[in-house]
Design a protein around this ligand. Structure first.
Ligand SMILES: Cc1cc2nc3c(=O)[nH]c(=O)nc-3n(C[C@H](O)[C@H](O)[C@H](O)COP(=O)(O)O)c2cc1C
Length: 463
């Protein structure tokens, strides 16, 4: 086994130093003290209202149980996510899929920075640094908890994010939610059928490409740690946790090892969710922590909560990439796909170079069927820039006739956190065909390339 070195490409610090050197204007450091109570969220919201989404480093945060720097908003910009894998926003989906298909198994190492401190006795979670994100949150939360479970009988594994708070009146238990009812939920039900608790390890802070891979949607027991290796271009270095041997990133900041008892229930939430609403829809699970692993001088890596660009991008980029590949494979006339932040996870825009009447509708129905989160798809022609809400809404305003161009499907499974979904968890979905269609007679007002070039020169010279 290879020993872990002090500086390493899989270390968040190495990433941050290299990124700061290459893009100094895209990292904002605060030397003045911030409060643990909502300040990071407030700064992110204010910057976003000015169209800014830099990485934020808070050197001092008053009120943290452990005095550590806080790094947040790493995923606030798509451009930055694209840079992480050597792509641009235009090539992000294809580059992500290429790396994801090059998935490679982790490489086990004997030790790493995460084994610098290993506590197995008198576990006290109140010693961990945590932030409170919204005034409506029940308390401080771990927003960046990537929960790893090994597959049964050594077959694969799973990584997914789960919000967590310290369970009231306990020192060693977290209350958490598995409301996505994805693979961890399925593994928990398998453990329940065997009458056993499920061993897990929660990683709080690691290299951004591990964090990105952790939100991927793969087949059951296909392991997100392998995708992390694909994105990094080398196997993820992992160490085994002391009690249950769960393989966690050797360069992580904090790891909590323990079990989820399928029969234990705890109050959890409300918490500001990706919909922009405070939600206490929760599966109310309990994670009993038996080991705390951490670096000697850790960083708290936080993921901004609510409908922040960071929360939405992190959850979406891997899923978008998967959907775009699938859609383009089946429908070559699709030229671009975008999930706008304004639609949380519920809207998608598709640009189509239509070959035959009705094709846009077929594409919308395909996407609405494949993507479990979507409620609304808007199809536009290929000259409309789907990364811009204003352009898509212009196409809707001028090409779309409600009596003719709308497809509605009802009674489908909905997202548990959608406040408008029915009590039984179903939703309706719609496709809005904002392509011009046959017989459309409008002539788009145009500006010549020469005039645009002159404008660029005028603007550059008259700043
Ligand atoms: C920052 C972030 C926080 C998340 N929090 C939760 C959560 O608290 N509970 C949950 O069930 N899913 C949460 N999710 C969604 C799951 O991580 C996501 O559905 C995951 O892809 C499911 O993984 P699976 O395909 O391995 O089942 C979160 C996603 C992100 C990006």
């Amino acid at each position: 086994m290879r020993a872990a070195s002090m500086t390493h490409p899989q270390d968040l610090r190495t990433f941050l130093a290299a990124y700061r050197a290459a893009h100094p204007d895209d990292v904002l450091t605060f030397r003045d003290e911030a409060s643990v109570d909502q300040d990071t969220t407030a700064v992110i919201w204010e910057l976003a209202s000015r169209g800014l989404h830099p990485i934020l480093v808070f050197e001092k945060v008053a009120g943290l149980a452990l005095p550590v720097p806080v790094v947040t908003n790493i995923f606030g910009s798509r451009e930055r996510i694209a840079r992480m894998i050597g792509a641009t926003t235009a090539t992000l989906h294809a580059a992500y899929q290429r790396c994801s298909h090059a998935a490679v198994e982790p490489r086990e190492v004997a030790s790493g920075p995460i084994t610098e401190i290993v506590e197995t006795k008198s576990i006290d979670l109140s010693t961990l640094p945590m932030l409170r994100h919204f005034a409506t949150d029940r308390c401080a939360y771990i927003t960046n908890g990537a929960v790893i479970a090994e597959g049964p009988d050594g077959r694969g594994g799973n990584v997914s994010y789960h919000r967590a708070m310290i369970r009231a009146d306990t020192r060693n238990e977290l209350a958490t939610s598995l409301h996505s009812r994805g693979h961890l939920w399925r593994l928990l039900n398998m453990a329940k059928a065997k009458g056993k608790p499920m061993a897990v390890a929660m990683v709080i802070g690691a290299h951004p490409l591990f964090m990105l891979a952790a939100s991927a949607r793969l087949g059951f027991l296909e392991d997100e740690r392998n995708v992390a290796g694909g994105l990094m271009g080398e196997p993820l270095d992992v160490v085994a946790t002391p009690k249950y041997g769960i393989r966690v990133p050797a360069y992580a900041e904090f790891v909590l090892e323990g079990t989820i008892d399928p029969d234990a229930i705890s109050e959890e939430g409300p918490f500001g969710e990706f919909t922009g609403y405070s939600s206490n829809r929760s599966t109310n699970n309990v994670l009993r922590v038996e080991t705390i692993m951490r670096r000697k001088s850790p960083i708290l890596v936080d993921v901004a909560g609510g409908n922040s660009a960071e929360h939405l991008n992190l959850g979406r980029v891997p899923r978008e990439a998967e959907m775009v590949e699938k859609l383009r494979d089946r429908f070559p006339s699709v030229t671009a796909v975008h999930y706008p932040c304004s639609g949380t996870h519920f809207h998608a825009y598709v640009a189509v170079k239509q070959m035959r009447p009705g094709e846009a509708r077929q594409i919308m129905v395909g996407l609405l069927g494949w993507d479990p989160y979507l409620k609304t798809v808007i199809a536009v022609d290929e000259d409309v820039d789907v990364t811009r809400d204003d352009q898509v809404l212009w196409a809707l305003a001028t090409h779309f006739q409600p009596h003719r161009d709308i497809v509605v499907i009802d009674g489908l499974p909905g997202n548990a956190l959608d406040p408008s979904a029915s009590g039984v968890g179903t939703t309706s979905r719609m496709g809005l065909d904002a392509t011009r269609g046959p017989g459309f007679e409008g002539v788009r007002a145009a500006i010549s390339d020469e005039a645009m070039a002159r404008a660029m020169t005028l603007l550059a010279r008259n700043k």
